[in-house]
Design a protein around this ligand. Structure first.
Ligand code: 6CS
Ligand code: FE
Length: 318
C-alpha cells in the first residue's frame, strides 16, 4: 500500500457480490499468511480527527483515541440498571428457540450465552440503545448520523459461562457483514459488577491501530458455530503477542460496578475468560455504526449473515 487511502471500490460486474481483493485495504480470510496492516481510518471521526461536542470531555476522547477503549465507571444509576436487569430476566426466562432466532446457548449446557437484537425490543433494553447518554457518545465519536449495527446481551452465567477468544469485531463485521471501514463503536453496559474473577472484558491498549488479517476462509453459515466458540477470524498467537508487546505487554481488564459503560473501537483486540465464579457477568453490548459506513456485500464470506446479527435496513437514531 502506498500510504494513500486506497479506494474501497464499488464491486465491478466481474466481482458483483464480492469485492475485488485489490480494492480491499482490510482483506482477510483470503488463505494468505497473516498480515498486520496499519489502520487507515481515524478513531475520532469529527472534524480534523477530533470529535463534535458531546458527553465526552477532551481527555476522555484522547484516551479513547490512544487506547481504543474507555471505561466510564457507574455512568448509569442503579434505577436504570434495575430496569435493564428486569428486562433481561424476562427476556432470558422467555428465551426459546436457537441460533436462527438470535438465542445462542453455551456449549455443553442449555444455559443462554447470548441473545441478539435486543435494541429492537419495547422494553428498557430497547430504550437504552437510543438513550442520549450512550448514543450521544457514539454520535460524538463517529461524527455522523448513526444506527445500531448489532446489539446483544452476553449473559456469561456463573460456573459455566465460557470464554470469548481474542478477536477484532471489525474483522468479522468486514468479512462476514460487509462493513466497509472502521467507523463503528461498541458500548458495553455492565448489568452486574464485573470483577477480575467473573470473566470481564480484556482489551489490548493501542491494538485498534493495527488490522490483523486472518487466513482461514469463512465457512458457510459460520455464525452457527462462531457465536458459541469462534475459531475462524481469530488472530494468530504471533499476532496477538505482537500487539501485546507493542502495548508494553499490557492487558487491561474492564472491571467496574454495575452501571459502568465500557466503550471500545470496532477494531480493538479483546477477549474474555470463562466465568468459574458463582456470579454472572451479564453485559449489554450496543454497536453503533455510521450511516455512511452501512453494510455492503460481505468482503469474505459466502453469504450475508442474518439480520439479527447485522442490520441491513438501518433505522437512523435521531
Ligand atoms: O460475530 C459477531 O458479530 C460477534 N462475535 C464476537 C465474538 N464479538 C462481536 C459480536 O458479538
Ligand atoms: Fe467481540
Amino acid at each position: 500500500m502506498d500510504g494513500s487511502t486506497p479506494h474501497v471500490g464499488a464491486a465491478s460486474p466481474a466481482t458483483a457480490g464480492r469485492h475485488a481483493l485489490h480494492d480491499d485495504p482490510y482483506a482477510t480470510r483470503d488463505a494468505r499468511p497473516t498480515r498486520l496492516v496499519p489502520r487507515l481510518d481515524p478513531v475520532l471521526h469529527g472534524a480534523r480527527g477530533s470529535a463534535e461536542p458531546g458527553p465526552l470531555a477532551r481527555q476522555q476522547l484522547e484516551a479513547l483515541d490512544r487506547d481504543g477503549f474507555l471505561v466510564l465507571p457507574a455512568l448509569l444509576p442503579s434505577r436504570d440498571v434495575a430496569d435493564l436487569l428486569a428486562a433481561l430476566a424476562a427476556l432470558r426466562d422467555g428465551a426459546t428457540g436457537g441460533a436462527k432466532d438470535g438465542v445462542i446457548r453455551e456449549r455443553g449446557t442449555d444455559e443462554v450465552r447470548s441473545i441478539f437484537a435486543v435494541h429492537r425490543r419495547e422494553d428498557a433494553l430497547g430504550r437504552i440503545a437510543r438513550d442520549p447518554r450512550i448514543a450521544g457518545i457514539a454520535r460524538q465519536v463517529l461524527g455522523a448520523p448513526l444506527y445500531v449495527h448489532q446489539s446483544r446481551v452476553n449473559l456469561k452465567p456463573g460456573f459455566v459461562g465460557r470464554a470469548f477468544a481474542w478477536h477484532s469485531d471489525f474483522e468479522t463485521w468486514h468479512a462476514e457483514d460487509g462493513m466497509p471501514r472502521m467507523r463503528a463503536l461498541s458500548a458495553s453496559i455492565l448489568l452486574g459488577d464485573n470483577h477480575a474473577w467473573n470473566g470481564p472484558l480484556m482489551l489490548v491498549p493501542g491494538s485498534h491501530r493495527t488490522f490483523v488479517s486472518c487466513p482461514e476462509p469463512t465457512p458457510a453459515r459460520h455464525f452457527e458455530r462462531s457465536l458459541v466458540e469462534q475459531t475462524v477470524g481469530i488472530p494468530s498467537h504471533d499476532a496477538v503477542r505482537a500487539l501485546f508487546d507493542a502495548a508494553g505487554r499490557r492487558i487491561e481488564l474492564a472491571t467496574g460496578p454495575a452501571g459502568t459503560v465500557v466503550l471500545f473501537d470496532c477494531n480493538t483486540l479483546h477477549a474474555s475468560g470463562s466465568n468459574l465464579s458463582p456470579c454472572p457477568r451479564s453485559n449489554v453490548f450496543l454497536v453503533y455504526n455510521a450511516l455512511e459506513n452501512r453494510l455492503r456485500a460481505p468482503y469474505a464470506a459466502p453469504e450475508p449473515r442474518p439480520d439479527f446479527l447485522a442490520t441491513r435496513d438501518p433505522d437512523p437514531i435521531a
